[in-house]
Design a protein around this ligand. Structure first.
Ligand SMILES: Cc1cn([C@H]2C[C@H](O)[C@@H](COP(=O)(O)OP(=O)(O)OP(=O)(O)O)O2)c(=O)[nH]c1=O
Length: 631
């Protein structure tokens, strides 16, 4: 049973968030929703005076943002999403609509208008259900808005400018962010706090409840239309969707991070997390940091202590190809899996049970079978198989991470301790041992294929007629680019040893314009001509000195207007919030001389080589995207 099966209803659907707002991504991620991010290209230029009320403008803009994404994904022959969610947040004061400031003066105008007054924050939301009939996209649109009233204190000039110079106002409606420094300007908030931050979660859940659980006619009088049904109500309503248990696990895990969203409002975290947890109930500590009773355990720490056991269970089940057997022959009893794989029955049963508890498998009286996620991601031939990366994690990263302590003490990579060879020798191994080479390429292909759509759609790249993916390996991103921009000429440039082994990874269906593969070393050889150079998961391998060598080579062949697109995990500037990216930076420490970097660090590197207009898109998924152009 899910805490909130209305969100559980979306588990099996392909949900797309048509928004680049990191806040919206975080709010929805924190409640365990799984979705792709495809930022809308709709320009927020609707004529404001043509709307009778400010909220109508926000709702219409939200609708247009979502429709643009739904149409683009349909037209570009991508798989039509099931649901597209769009949102638009505006601030309204004295009948005027304030959006994001265009510059510091504009931010000043906005904030001085809000000083000492109450204003309204409206977020319009559109939920678009999509289907394909023949070649036509059919949509059903549900929209709504939420209003929150916010009052600012009187703001002194000094405070105003200090706040503006912090940079926080620039990407936020009304020029402030209530969830961070802007919270200091606020005297009171009446209404949904998350609505101000960009997404009215409570109203969204109520809307989904209306859509998915319309009250049966004979019980109408018992159901409160404006409430999200309670857990008990939902138990009755639940349709028993098998993935709902995954949903809870996921949500529990995500609450670990939710503090970054709203540090000043612990209530928002605490209420959710204490009611969400399943399995072992772990309320949070009281204000003094002391447990309220002996039964209350530090859940976050316990989860972290157990993390390695869960990773290793996943690695071993993958290595033994259990997900492949279960896909082809499931449901199977433990004894049958053990016979297929050649393992002990007692060990196999424990591993399978652990995988069930981790939400990777399902268990019924017929035996064990894969969840949909296991079929998609964990089988070696799944549509978005991560099998290659999992094996790489087990065989290569695990031994390196075992030496993390030495890496931290010495500040350098640990290949010699993990494998008895220097990093350089080992790197050569990738290309000299066929097995290791295939394993490494499969790992890189898994991640590139999984993230290709996010990377290719983070920005509108249609102005670039030719693209060169430097270190593009098997061409997974290149193929995605051609799907989205059929007229783009796409070249992949990688080492000869890599290019010699790409055939296994090529898609079976023929693309309209095939990808060109060119072999060479981007540090030594001439680069192919292109309007846009892509570096996906390349810069994080190298120290700044090597990056300067590479960027100056690219800069030398780039004409004004040509661009660089980076795909990396981008750290927040303070390096304290994005745990996946920060852990990845440790991953780079144990095996390379590189590291993960923040948006301003990438900007600094790029600007030194004549690239400007640096834009960063946080996709909410594995890779973020940075785009800049040569001046
Ligand atoms: C008032 C306020 C707004 N905001 C943000 C929420 C929205 O992200 C942003 C308003 O701009 P929007 O145009 O609603 O959204 P966006 O440009 O960030 O993303 P997209 O158009 O791709 O959906 O302001 C805060 O983060 N905190 C606040 O206190």
């Amino acid at each position: 049973m899910a805490l909130n099966p209305v969100l559980g209803k979306l588990v099996s659907k392909r949900v797309v968030l048509a928004s680049a707002s990191p806040r919206r991504q975080e709010i929805l991620t924190n409640v365990g929703l799984r979705f792709e991010v495809v930022p809308s290209w709709f320009k927020e230029t609707l004529e404001k005076s043509s709307f009778a009320a400010p909220y109508e403008y926000a709702v219409e803009t939200a609708k247009q943002k979502a429709l643009e994404v739904a149409n683009r994904m349909h037209v570009k022959h991508l798989r039509t999403p099931d649901i597209v969610i769009g949102a638009d947040t505006i601030v309204s004061v004295d009948e005027q609509i304030l959006e994001k400031p265009v510059d510091k003066q504009d931010a000043y105008r906005m904030l001085s208008r809000l000083s000492g007054k109450e204003h309204s924050v409206f977020t319009g939301v559109a939920i678009i259900h999509c289907s394909s009939k023949g070649n036509q996209l059919e949509t059903e649109i549900t929209d709504f808005y939420e209003e929150t009233k916010v009052k600012f204190s009187d703001l002194s000039e000094e405070l105003l400018w200090e706040y503006i110079h912090s940079g926080e106002p620039m990407d936020k409606a009304g020029g402030y962010g209530i969830q961070a420094l802007g919270g200091m300007l606020v005297e009171y908030v009446h209404g949904d706090f998350l609505n101000v931050v960009g997404f009215p979660l409570n109203h969204f859940c109520k809307k989904l409840a209306e859509l998915y659980y319309p009250p049966p006619k004979h019980t109408v009088q018992h159901i409160k239309h404006d409430s999200i049904p309670s857990v008990d109500t939902f138990e009755n309503l639940s349709d028993g969707e098998s993935e709902s248990s995954n949903f809870i696990e996921h949500k529990g895990a995500n609450n670990l991070d939710s503090s970054s969203m709203c540090p000043s409002r612990p209530v928002y975290n605490c209420e959710n997390s204490s009611s969400v947890r399943t399995g072992f109930m772990v309320p949070l500590e009281n204000q003094n940091g002391a447990s309220e009773s002996a039964a209350k355990l530090p859940s976050k720490i316990l989860d972290l202590m157990d993390g390695f056991k869960a990773s290793k269970a996943l690695f071993v089940a993958s290595k033994l190809k259990m997900f492949d057997y279960l896909k082809n022959k499931g449901p199977l009893k433990a004894v049958d899996v053990a016979n297929e794989v050649g393992t002990s029955v007692c060990g196999t049963e424990r591993l399978l049970d652990a995988c069930v508890a981790l939400g990777l498998l399902e268990k019924t009286s017929q035996g064990y079978s894969n969840t949909d996620s296991a079929n998609t991601y964990l089988t070696s031939d799944g549509e978005y198989s991560l099998h290659g990366y999992i094996i790489h994690s087990n065989d290569h990263l695990w031994p390196l991470f075992t030496n993390l302590e030495s890496a931290v003490r010495e500040g350098s990579r640990q290949n010699h301790r993990a494998f008895g060879r220097k990093a350089e020798d080992l790197f050569k191994d990738y290309y000299h041992s066929q097995e290791v080479k295939q394993r490494f390429m499969a790992a890189m292909h898994s991640i590139a294929h999984l993230t290709a759509r996010d990377v290719a759609t983070a920005f509108d790249l249609s102005q670039f007629k030719s693209t060169c993916d430097l270190g593009g390996c098997t061409g997974a991103l290149a193929h995605e680019l051609i799907q989205i921009y059929p007229n783009m000429k796409v070249t992949v440039f990688d080492l000869p040893e890599v290019i010699a082994n790409i055939s296994y990874f090529q898609p079976s269906e023929q693309c309209a314009a095939p990808v060109t593969f060119v072999s060479g070393d981007f540090f030594k050889d001439n680069l192919p001509e292109a309007d846009l150079y892509i570096l996906s998961r390349v810069l994080h391998d190298w120290p700044d000195e090597k990056i300067h060598v590479l960027l100056s080579k690219i800069s030398a062949v780039c004409k004004p207007g040509c661009g660089i697109l980076l795909a990396e995990m981008v750290l927040d500037d303070e390096k304290k919030n994005r745990s996946t990216a920060l852990l990845q930076s440790l991953n780079m420490l144990v095996q390379t001389e590189g590291k993960e970097r923040s948006g301003s660090e990438y900007q600094g590197l790029l600007e030194q080589h004549g690239f400007a207009n640096v834009k960063i898109r946080l996709t909410g998924n594995l890779l973020d995207v940075v785009l800049c152009v040569k001046t």
